[in-house]
Design a protein around this ligand. Structure first.
Ligand SMILES: [Zn+2]
Length: 204
């Protein structure tokens, strides 16, 4: 990253979330420290109350559900918020919502299980942010879903190794939150929920 320095480096502890403010021109580097871990990302445009990163609108921006380097991610108002600059994993889910408390109660009978939605809510509160929160605003990074011919969605165990990463260019000032997914009832996180790392790069 010539001409850039790390403005902030953050650890997202296993099964927890972190939120951070970023500016246009920054790069967000998200690293899966131990491998096979899914990170759920949400973002909201700064100084507005009605604009956020939208996975569904990003599907129609690119006309595909598997995004590649140079693809653009957009908001619910179809404005460009991130560009994918680097990605050595290559699979991410952009169609299912993040996990939430009700999913663990209804599917597995588990009360009080941590979830991406609550992780992100907690992370936002820690930096004094209250944002519109809903599971379908999450992009499930490094999540390996297979979509069958008949449309069935299968959650597969990820295969990416420790140190795998993705880098996003920030195109609008925004609040970004990442949850290290606490899903331990499916192969989503390779049977071991682990920490992640975020580096925010800024131009020198
Ligand atoms: Zn999750």
């Amino acid at each position: 990253m010539d001409g850039y320095f790390i403005k902030e480096d953050l650890i997202v502890p296993a099964s927890e979330g972190v939120a951070v403010l970023v500016e246009k021109g920054n790069y967000i580097e998200i690293i899966d420290v131990e491998g096979k871990q899914v990170g759920d990302l949400m973002a909201w445009v700064r100084d507005t109350k009605n604009e956020w990163f939208s996975p569904a609108h990003s599907v129609t921006q690119n006309w595909k559900i598997r995004l590649d380097v140079d693809d653009l991610l957009v908001t619910n108002l179809r404005r460009e918020i991130f560009k994918i600059i680097y990605d050595d994993v290559g699979y991410h889910d952009i169609i299912v919502p993040c996990c939430d408390e009700q999913a663990y109660i209804r599917r597995y009978g588990l009360e009080g299980h941590r979830s991406c939605l609550e992780n992100i809510r907690e992370a936002l509160l820690k930096i004094g942010e209250r944002q519109h929160l809903s599971g379908e605003l999450a992009w499930n990074m490094f999540m390996k879903n297979k979509i069958q011919e008949d449309g069935e969605v299968i959650y597969e165990e990820p295969i990416h190794p420790p140190g795998s990463k993705i880098i996003l260019e920030v195109l609008m000032d925004c609040v970004v939150a990442l949850s290290a997914c606490p899903q331990d009832q499916t192969p989503t996180n390779g049977g071991n929920c682990s920490k992640m790392k975020i580096n925010i790069w800024k131009k020198e």
